[in-house]
Design a protein around this ligand. Structure first.
Ligand SMILES: Nc1ncnc2c1ncn2[C@@H]1O[C@H](COP(=O)(O)OP(=O)(O)OP(=O)(O)O)[C@@H](O)[C@H]1O
Ligand SMILES: [Mg+2]
Ligand SMILES: [Zn+2]
Length: 417
C-alpha cells in the first residue's frame, strides 16, 4: 500500500477524554475515530485492518479445535429473554426498543438465549453432540461509564462461543480445550497474560476463568503467584493481600489486569429455562450441559497497545501489526532514493509481504513521527546516506537502527520476511 493513497489521519492532538496510552494512540494514529458520542467508534482503514487480523487469529485457533462459526442476528426479540428471566434481570446495560408493530426487541449484549434457541430448533439427538458454535460480531451494552476508548465501548466486537454437551464431564473436557485454545490465541498475539480464577456463580470450583492482560491501567485487581500458575480475581480471593503465601509456598503478588477473555461452565441454566432438550441414549429428553466462552476482540486492540507502546506511539506485535514492513523514502525529490524505494517495494509485494511505502511529499521528520506513532514493527529508511550506498533497517521496539548497504538490504529482508 502507498501511504499517499491511504486514509491515515494522524494528529498531534490528544483527545480531551483520553487518559490511557491505547486510547490516545489509537485516535492519534488514525486507527479509529470517535463518533462524537461516548463509547461509539468508527474504524478507519488501519484500525479495521488490525481488527481483522486479530479476528483471524481468534478464528483460526477456534476452527482448529472444531468450533464452528455462525452469526446470529444482532437484534434479539425480548420474548427470548423473557424465557430465560434475564429481560428484567439484566438492568440498564440492555438497550431495548420497539418496532413499528410495537414488538419488543433488544440489541444483543451477549447471546446465550439466541444460541440456545438456534440449537433447540436444529439439534435432536445425543449423536449430534458435542457442539461448539461461535460468532465474532457486534455487541451492544449501554455501559454506565463507557471509557478508555476501545477498552470499554458501548458497541464492541466480541467473540462469543457456546458449547452443548450430553454430560457434565464432557462440558468440563471442552472447558479445558477452550482454556488451552485461549492460551494459544493470547500467545500468538504477543500478550503477557495470566489466567485467573473468577466468580463461577452457582457452578463453583474452577468453573470460571478470566484471561487477564497484565497492565497497570487494568480495571481488575488480581492476585498472582510468580512460582506456580495460580492466579485469582480479587472478587473471588476477597481477603487476599500482597505477601500472602500461595499453596506452593511462595508469596502472592497483587497486580492489575485487563479482562480480555472469560470462559465459563454454565451447566443447564439456559437449556432448562428455554426447554432446550435432546434425546439421550435411552431415548429420553434431557437438557444440555453448556459452556460459554467470550473474548473482547476490540478490547484486545487496546490491550495490545497498553502493553506495547512508548512515549512516541504504538509498537504492534507481529500478528497484530497493520503492516509487516514500512519503507520510508526521506526525500521524494531524490531520484535515487525513489528508485531504490520503489524497487524494494515491488520486490516485497512480489514476495507477498504486507508492505507500506511512505512516498509522501512531507518532511522526513514528519514521516518518522508517523512511523513511530503508527508502530509497524520494522522499517527501511532510505535517506541521505544512500550517496554512500547505505540505508537503515529500523526496529520499532526500542527504535534500534542498523546501517545496511543498499544491496545488502534485499538479502536482509528476504531472510526476515
Ligand atoms: N464494554 C465493553 N467494551 C469492550 N469489550 C468488552 C466490554 N464488555 C465486555 N467486553 C469484553 O467481552 C468479554 C466477554 O464479556 P463478559 O460479559 O464476560 O464481560 P464483563 O464481565 O461484563 O466485562 P467487564 O467486567 O470488563 O465489564 C470480556 O471478557 C471483555 O473482554
Ligand atoms: Mg461488564
Ligand atoms: Zn504458587
Amino acid at each position: 500500500m502507498r501511504f499517499s493513497r491511504l486514509l491515515i489521519p494522524t494528529t498531534k492532538e490528544t483527545p480531551n477524554d483520553a487518559t490511557l496510552a491505547s486510547h490516545i494512540y489509537l485516535i492519534r494514529g488514525g486507527f479509529i475515530q470517535s463518533v462524537g458520542d461516548s463509547g461509539l467508534y468508527n474504524y478507519l482503514p488501519l484500525g479495521k485492518k488490525i481488527l481483522d487480523k486479530v479476528r483471524m487469529v481468534v478464528k483460526e485457533e477456534l476452527d482448529k479445535v472444531g468450533c464452528q462459526e455462525v452469526s446470529l442476528s444482532f437484534v434479539t426479540p425480548v420474548s427470548l429473554w423473557e424465557e430465560s428471566g434475564r429481560a428484567d434481570e439484566y438492568g440498564k446495560e440492555l438497550l431495548r426498543f420497539k418496532d413499528r408493530k410495537e414488538n419488543n426487541y433488544l440489541l444483543s449484549p451477549t447471546n446465550e438465549e439466541a444460541m440456545v434457541n438456534l440449537v433447540r430448533q436444529t439439534v435432536k439427538s445425543y449423536k449430534q453432540l458435542p457442539l461448539n458454535l461461535y460468532q465474532i460480531n457486534l455487541k451492544f451494552r449501554d455501559e454506565i461509564r463507557p471509557r478508555f476508548g476501545l477498552m470499554r465501548g458501548r458497541e464492541f466486537l466480541m467473540k462469543d462461543a457456546y458449547s452443548f454437551h450430553a454430560t457434565f464431564e464432557d462440558m468440563q473436557r471442552e472447558f479445558t480445550v477452550m482454556e488451552e485454545t485461549y492460551k494459544r490465541i493470547f500467545t500468538r498475539l504477543g500478550l503477557n497474560f495470566r489466567v485467573v480464577q473468577a466468580d463461577s456463580g452457582q457452578i463453583g470450583g474452577d468453573g470460571s476463568k478470566e484471561f487477564m492482560i497484565l497492565a497497570d491501567s487494568g480495571e481488575d485487581d488480581i492476585v498472582v503467584c510468580d512460582a506456580c500458575d495460580y492466579g485469582a480475581n480479587v472478587e473471588v480471593a476477597e481477603n487476599a493481600k500482597d505477601g500472602d503465601v500461595c499453596s506452593c509456598g511462595v508469596p502472592l503478588r497483587m497486580t492489575k489486569g485487563i479482562e480480555a477473555g472469560h470462559i465459563f461452565q454454565l451447566g443447564m441454566k439456559y437449556s432448562e429455562a428455554l426447554k432446550a432438550t435432546f434425546l439421550n441414549e435411552d431415548g429420553k429428553a434431557q437438557a444440555y450441559e453448556m459452556g460459554t466462552y467470550g473474548i473482547g476482540v476490540s478490547r484486545l486492540l487496546a490491550g495490545i497497545i497498553e502493553q506495547n507502546h512508548d512515549d512516541k506511539g504504538c509498537i504492534w506485535t507481529k500478528e497484530s501489526a497493520p503492516f509487516d514492513l514500512q519503507i520510508i523514502i526521506s526525500n521524494i525529490k531524490d531520484e535515487d532514493q525513489v528508485a531504490l524505494g520503489e524497487k524494494l517495494y515491488a520486490s516485497m509485494l512480489e514476495k507477498g509481504v504486507d508492505v507500506l511505502l511512505d512516498e509522501r511529499k512531507d518532511r522526513f521528520g514528519a514521516k518518522m513521527k508517523d512511523y513511530e506513532l503508527i508502530g509497524v514493527p520494522h522499517a527501511v529508511v532510505i535517506g541521505k546516506k544512500l550517496t554512500d550506498g547505505l540505508v537503515e533497517f529500523v526496529t520499532r521496539d526500542g527504535m534500534e537502527k542498523e546501517e545496511i548497504s543498499a544491496d545488502g538490504i534485499f538479502e536482509l529482508l528476504s531472510e526476515r520476511f
